[in-house]
Write a protein that binds this ligand. Structure first.
Ligand code: GSH
Length: 323
């Protein structure tokens, strides 16, 4: 995959990603500043000041794309989706401001990282939130970027939508922790495991959590509140990829999400939320994983199926709107 060490791109980073017993290790995101509505952090919320570098296949990037849309921030925060094959880091045919494609016609994301910090060491990941004013990266951790989009841009976005309501925060945090460890990151721990044990240690807890969520969703439409919250959207980005990609590419094949009636109908319900289907790119998702991860799929062949109709009706409207 490659990463930056002291501002230089290295292609072989295997030793930085594999831990004890062949387990996949996810490095911490490097840029962790916050945009605030009042500017007290040094990064004030302003229209058209910030830009998101994303990729269609990536679930972490997808979280931010979804929250940007739900909050009505599409004219406030600009965005580009990686649209060129990855030779090193994520590649873009379009630049922004002084960050423009080089002679090869692409802007590579590691050059954005070097522009922010010429001595940068770390993984070069999407989503990345770029600040045009300070010419730096504010943050590259999706869980934090979605919090900023939810609360700090209300002057321009839809303030009536709160994905992290005060009254439900403890419950959202607890669910997020379990779902992140065993499902969102669990699929990667399964797919990138280097030993049988590491793989089985990922897949077991993943399906235990899916069983738990199936039960939880038996008598409620959403995970926490009477409307979708951050916990739902963070889970959704993994569920929508599961049967198309993770089931086979990452060997998460005990059951499909379609085999769980509540989880599957819930996935369809979220997918059919106004504005969301248009920003779920199933072909881009399949291409990104099967075609872009030679360590898992050396041939790069993208499977034709599975044939799944995401517009089919779901049964979730049976739940009353009231909590
Ligand atoms: N913790 C990060 C993870 C982001 C991440 O791993 N993104 C992947 C794409 S799905 C990436 O850019 N990987 C490139 C790499 O690891 O070199 C977040 O949630 O933002």
């Amino acid at each position: 995959m490659g990463m930056l060490i002291d501002g230089t791109w290295i292609d072989d980073d295997a030793k930085y990603r594999t831990g004890e017993g062949g387990a996949f290790v996810r490095a911490e995101s490097v840029f962790r500043n916050f945009v605030t509505a009042d500017g007290s952090s040094g990064y004030g919320a302003e229209p058209r000041r910030y830009h998101l570098f994303l990729a269609p296949s990536c679930p972490w990037a997808h979280r931010t794309q979804i929250v940007r849309r739900l909050k009505g921030l599409e004219d406030v925060i600009s965005m580009t989706l990686s649209d060129r094959p990855r030779k090193r880091s994520w590649a873009y045919s379009q630049g922004i401001d002084e960050l423009q494609p080089g002679e090869n016609g692409v802007l590579e994301l590691h050059d954005v990282y070097i522009a922010a910090d010429p001595a940068c060491t770390g993984r070069v990941t999407v989503p990345t939130l770029w600040d045009r004013q300070e010419k730096t990266i504010v943050n590259n951790e999706s869980s934090e970027i979605i919090r900023m989009l939810n609360s700090e841009f209300n002057q321009w976005g839809d303030a009536s939508i709160d994905l992290y309501p005060e009254a439900h925060r403890t419950e959202i945090d607890a669910l997020n922790d379990r779902i992140y460890a065993t499902v969102n990151n669990g699929v990667y721990r399964s797919g990138f495991a280097k030993t049988q044990d590491a793989y089985e240690n990922a897949v077991g807890p993943m399906f235990e959590t899916l069983d738990f969520l199936e039960d939880r969703l038996a008598d409620r439409r959403y995970l926490v509140a009477d409307h979708a919250t951050e916990a739902d959207w963070r889970l959704f980005v993994t569920l929508i990829r599961f049967d198309f990609v993770y089931f086979s590419h990452f060997k998460c094949n005990v059951r499909r999400i379609q085999d769980y009636p509540n989880l599957w109908n819930y996935t369809l319900d979220l997918y059919q939320t106004p504005g969301i289907a248009e920003i779920v790119d199933i072909d881009g998702i399949k291409k990104g994983y099967y075609g872009g991860q030679a360590n898992v799929n050396p041939s790069g062949i993208v499977p034709v199926g599975p044939a799944i109709d995401l517009a089919q009706s779901h049964d979730r409207e049976r739940f009353k709107a009231a909590a």
